[in-house]
Design a protein. Structure first.
Length: 197
C-alpha cells in the first residue's frame, strides 16, 4: 500500500488547510512564504483535488474511480463525489468520534475492530448506507486505546446525519449526508472542472 510520508503540518500549510479539519489539534507557527505569483486556473483546480485527496486519505486512482462513479449517478457530480467520500467507513468512524484522525480510523478498520450491521468489515473504503449500524467489536471495547480516544474526541460534534453512542462505542447512519452538512473546505466544482477537461 502506498503511504504519504509528507509531514501533516507541512502538507496542511502548502494546501492552506487548518490541521483541525484532519483531527489534529496542533498549530503550525510557520508562515507559508509564496512569491506573489498568480496561480493559474489549472493550479487552483489541482489544489482543490489535492485537498480532497489529502483530507480523506485517498490516492489518485481510487479518487478518479470515485469521480467516474459520481459522474454516472443522478444529480450533480461534485455533490455526489463529496457524499461518497464522506460515507467511507474510515471517515464515518472519525466523524462518530471513535478515532482521533482519519488515518487512525483507517488503521482501526484494517485491524478488523469494526462491525457493520453485525458483520466484520476491514475495508476502509466501504461505503455505508442509511440505516447501517457501526460498532467496535465487543472484545476490543475494553481496551485502553478506545478510552483514550473517547477522552480526546469527547468535545467533537457528531454531524446530524449520524447518531453516536460513545458509551457502547456504537453509531448509526440516520441518513446520507447532504452537501450542506459536509464541513470540508473543498470547492468540488473545481475538481469537476479539472476532470472534465
Amino acid at each position: 500500500m502506498a503511504v504519504n510520508r509528507v509531514p501533516v503540518l507541512k502538507r496542511c500549510r502548502s494546501l492552506g488547510l487548518e490541521p483541525t479539519v484532519l483531527g489534529y489539534d496542533k498549530k503550525s507557527r510557520r508562515e507559508l512564504k509564496r512569491s506573489n505569483r498568480k496561480v493559474s486556473e489549472y493550479g487552483l483546480q489541482l489544489r482543490e483535488k489535492q485537498k480532497a485527496k489529502f483530507i480523506y486519505g485517498v490516492l489518485e486512482k481510487p479518487f478518479r474511480n470515485y469521480y467516474k462513479k459520481a459522474d454516472r449517478m443522478q444529480g450533480q457530480t461534485g455533490t455526489n463525489l463529496m457524499i461518497m467520500l464522506e460515507t467511507r467507513l474510515d471517515n464515518v468512524l472519525f466523524r462518530l468520534g471513535f478515532a482521533r484522525t482519519r488515518k487512525e480510523a483507517r488503521q482501526i478498520v484494517d485491524h478488523k475492530h469494526v462491525l457493520v450491521n453485525g458483520k466484520q468489515v476491514n475495508i476502509p473504503s466501504y461505503l455505508v448506507k442509511a440505516g447501517d449500524t457501526i460498532e467496535i467489536k465487543e472484545k476490543c471495547k475494553g481496551s485502553v486505546r478506545y478510552k483514550e480516544i473517547l477522552e480526546s474526541t469527547g468535545g467533537r460534534l457528531v454531524p446530524e446525519w449520524l447518531e453516536a453512542d460513545p458509551e457502547a462505542l456504537k453509531g448509526t447512519v440516520k441518513e446520507l449526508p447532504t452537501r450542506e452538512v459536509i464541513d470540508v473546505p473543498v470547492n468540488e466544482v473545481l475538481i469537476v472542472e479539472l476532470y472534465s477537461k
